[in-house]
Ligand binder design. Structure first.
Ligand code: NAP
Ligand code: GCO
Length: 266
């Protein structure tokens, strides 16, 4: 066993939607392991916000304005990254949105928007980078899935459908391109403290914790929300040579919530 297998020295990693949140944390971890980092976000303001955060963290990065649902923009950004860095070894499909609306109240256009960002975009970006990975004889694709790749709940029909699809897209990329030494795996975060889940953790007017906050803590064996730092080690592992024989796997980083039926009523 050579611990250098966990190193990302000499690698180039692209993390989508990584101005902040989980993407920023994963990009930071990949840099710590030695990778050169590039990221994109949906507009210049978001990219500039990210550049400032990376600079503050002492992480050299290149930022690109790219809406991951726009195939033409993704292809152009892929070409620009390869021109700027020479290659793409690691792709993290992180960009994502959620709309919490009861299904029968959700417009079809809203459903389609979530599917577009959370499922169609990982297809588009993966399709853009795989040819280069085949040519160089290796590649790592990490799709940021979700507990909703396995479970449903009220108001997240589009998101669960997208993340369930992303689990199967992960397995299909692994199946179709594994012979080219491309490993495609997923990370399935549990409930993580980021802007995306902030509405689920907001204090109530009386100062008490949000009911959903209390629910999640009771449903999680670790008895806490996850932090973006909890995802960093798993991301480095799946981006490294240490995971070269792991393909099509969804690594759930959820504090045990998927394993737990829930605390019995006292
Ligand atoms: P977040 O805080 O909402 O950040 C999402 C990022 O994606 C933002 O930078 C956002 O940019 C970007 N983005 C959205 N649409 C985009 C598009 N069309 N093109 C380019 N960038 C786009 O979310 P997060 O909590 O960090 O989640 C990141 C990923 O983890 C998502 O795929 C999410 O589904 C998944 N996840 C999150 C949790 C959790 O508990 N937080 C758990 C499981 C999975 P703008 O803000 O500028 O739009
Ligand atoms: C929700 C949450 C979850 C988390 C995450 C869980 O509304 O249920 O946003 O979907 O974001 O995906 O793994």
């Amino acid at each position: 066993m050579n611990m250098k297998d966990f190193s990302l020295e000499g690698k180039v990693a692209w993390v989508t939607g990584a101005s902040y949140g989980i993407g920023f944390a994963i990009a930071s971890a990949l840099h710590s392991a030695g990778a050169q980092i590039c990221f994109n976000d949906i507009n210049q303001a978001a990219v500039d916000r990210g550049l400032a955060s990376y600079k503050e963290a002492g992480i050299p990065v290149k930022g690109y304005v790219c809406d991951v649902t726009d195939e033409e923009a993704v292809n152009a950004t892929t070409a620009q990254i390869v021109k700027d860095f020479g290659k793409i070894d690691i792709l993290v499909n992180n960009a994502g949105i959620i709309k919490r609306i009861p299904m029968c109240d959700m417009k079809a256009s809203e459903f389609r928007q979530v599917i577009d960002v959370d499922l169609n975009a990982p297809f588009i970006v993966s399709k853009a980078v795989i040819p280069g990975m085949i040519k160089q004889g290796h590649g790592k694709i990490i799709n940021i899935c979700s507990m909703m790749s396995e479970l449903g709940r009220e108001t997240v029909s589009a998101y669960a459908a997208a993340k369930g699809g992303l689990k199967m897209l992960t397995r299909n990329i692994a199946s179709e391109y594994g012979e080219y030494n491309i490993q495609c795996n997923g990370i399935g975060p549990g409930y993580i403290e980021t802007p995306q889940t902030a509405p689920l953790r907001e204090r109530q007017p009386d100062g008490s914790r949000h009911p959903f906050d209390q629910f999640i803590v009771s449903k999680t064996p670790a008895a806490r929300w996850g932090t973006t730092a909890d995802l960093q080690g798993p991301a480095v592992f799946l981006a490294s040579d240490a995971s070269n024989f792991i393909n099509g796997h969804i690594l759930y980083v959820d504090g045990g919530i998927l394993a737990y039926i829930g605390k019995q009523p006292q």
